[in-house]
Design a protein. Structure first.
Length: 527
């Protein structure tokens, strides 16, 4: 380990490659045992968690995060730890953990404005650096164990998974199929349940969560520390509140623990998604997927309903299919309504969570379903007229983006120079364009927004300079990147306006997903 030679304001900590290789070997061993032995319970993890190599790697992760410059309730930042010495910090932390003297402290809560929603704020929890390091060390060891159990239809906060992967999986499931002897394509799923859980991360029952953790981890010291983090509480404006439910705010462990709890949703539909516990000579992803596909086909022929979930963190959609026959759509709707009530009771019993009655919608797949900022639906293609499944950019999201641009270039901001505006605006344009670049029709939407941004800046410059000559504006702030080009880009102080239309627009491919490094084996684990 070494401290990087950077200014203290951007100080970080570089992980040693030898220690990274050690952690990868241990993670592969844990993942392989968890994957191959579905009922194996890990009882000796404390030594790995408190290993100084693991703690140093955990500190390197915390130091590399942007939040490393913030402090918890103790006022200590990563920069201060680097100044006092990382080795001493790790040695003291390990001593506290091994002796039983370590105790998590309350999370400092701050309120930050919601982007694009003036006057609205959301809470942000900031743990201490020490607590972040311990949580990162625990995640290094626990994540490979639980990753082997997570279902392939779960996409939120998992290595190698993404929002676009969840959307593409959903689109592929909805894709109409051509049946023999029929000219019209048929819908594999007719209705859907758009799930919405009330305050999911703040209301997960601790006892239910720990029961699910103990299925795999029975190390008493590890589980006691997990409970201590769950019960550590929140300090907001010098007011302490205990945590009776929910996962630790802002904690590195929170997404993993939330996935452990919410995987109960996929387990309810295990037969149609990932029936791993069916005896087989070869237990691998391909074989299991074929068994799930066979189970879905068998149930359709038998007249049984088929329910298939796709989940990203606490956002999920259940696809409902009724058996082929007359009144198929009406029967699928009845099944969806019954399943909505049954799922609400199941989540309440298993996790202490409640489905929002108003926001949990039962929707036909031919109507737009809002999922992860996109509209997903089955509709007729405007060119050839056949049924296709698509993900499109919701119009209200484009309009909200326009309002955000308009708000930035209000008249009251004319005192600022254009360069400052562009430095603030370009990351927003780049992020928004990359997020929606896989949607159907994204190219035309991005071109329209570029046009809107260009004219918004033009009107702002006219106000700033009190209606000068247009040619003067283009000469002062315009830039043509290619000789003879007709279009002019706005620029100032070496900062040029980013154009979203230059982003490559293409369909997302599930083949782009990559398994985490510890799930890729060459020979025996640890070889």
């Amino acid at each position: 380990m070494r401290a990087a030679s950077k200014p203290l304001g951007k100080a970080t900590y570089v992980a040693n490659q030898t220690e990274q290789a050690w952690l990868q070997i241990e993670q592969r061993k844990l993942h392989t045992r968890s994957r191959d032995h579905l009922d194996y319970v890990f009882r000796k993890l404390w030594g790995l968690i408190t290993d100084p190599r693991n703690l140093r790697l955990a500190f390197a992760r915390v130091a590399s995060n942007r939040g490393g410059r913030t402090s918890g309730v103790d006022g200590i930042t990563v920069r201060r730890v680097l100044e006092t010495g990382v080795e001493a910090f790790v040695a003291q932390l390990r001593s506290d953990l091994r002796s039983g003297g370590y105790r998590p402290v309350p999370v400092r809560r701050v309120w930050i404005p919601k982007p694009g929603q003036p006057g609205k704020f959301r809470p942000l929890g900031i743990p201490t650096v020490k607590d972040r390091v311990v949580q990162a060390a625990m995640k290094n060891i626990l994540e490979p164990i639980f990753e082997a159990d997570f279902f392939p239809v779960s996409y939120g906060f998992r290595p190698g998974k993404s929002v676009h992967g969840a959307l593409e999986r959903l689109r592929m499931l909805l894709r109409p199929r051509q049946e023999r002897g029929k000219a019209e394509r048929s819908l594999p799923y007719q209705w859907a349940i758009e799930g919405d859980i009330k305050g999911c991360f703040d209301n997960i029952d601790h006892h239910a969560l720990m029961d699910r953790v103990r299925r795999r981890v029975a190390d008493l010291k590890v589980n006691r520390l997990l409970v201590a983090f769950l019960k550590s509480g929140v300090l907001s404006e010098e007011q302490f509140s205990r945590s009776a439910t929910g996962t630790p705010q802002g904690g590195i462990l929170s997404p993993l623990l939330a996935n452990v709890a919410l995987s109960a949703i996929e387990e309810r539909y295990e037969r149609h998604v990932w029936p791993r516990r069916i005896p087989t000579r070869r237990r691998n992803a391909a074989t299991t997927e074929k068994r799930a596909e066979h189970a879905r086909s068998v149930d359709r022929r038998r007249g049984e309903p088929v329910i298939y979930p796709v989940r990203y963190a606490d956002d999920f959609i259940l696809l409902i299919a009724a058996s082929i026959g007359p009144n198929q759509e009406e029967r699928a709707k009845e099944i969806a309504l019954r399943e909505k009530a049954a799922l609400a009771a199941y989540l309440k019993e298993q996790l202490g969570l409640e489905l929002s009655e108003k926001k949990t919608l039962v929707t036909p797949v031919t109507a737009p379903m809002l999922f992860l900022g996109h509209h997903v639906r089955v509709r007729r293609h405007p060119s050839h007229g056949r049924l296709v499944s698509t993900t499109v950019i919701p119009r209200e999201h484009s309009q909200r983006f326009r309002r955000r641009i308009k708000e930035q270039f209000r008249r009251r901001s004319i005192e600022r120079n254009l360069g400052d505006h562009l430095r603030e605006l370009n990351p927003v344009l780049r992020g928004w364009g990359n997020f929606y670049r896989h949607a159907w029709g994204a190219s035309s939407v991005l071109h329209e927004l570029d046009y809107y941004v260009w004219w918004t800046i033009y009107r702002w410059l006219m106000k700033k300079h009190r209606s000068p000559n247009v040619q003067w504006l283009k000469a002062r702030y315009g830039r043509r990147l290619q000789p003879g080009a007709r279009s002019t880009k706005w620029c100032d102080t070496s900062v040029t306006l980013f154009e979203m239309s230059h982003i490559t627009v293409e369909p997302y491919r599930l083949a782009w997903e990559r398994s985490p490094h510890y799930a890729i084996h060459r020979g025996e684990p640890g070889a």
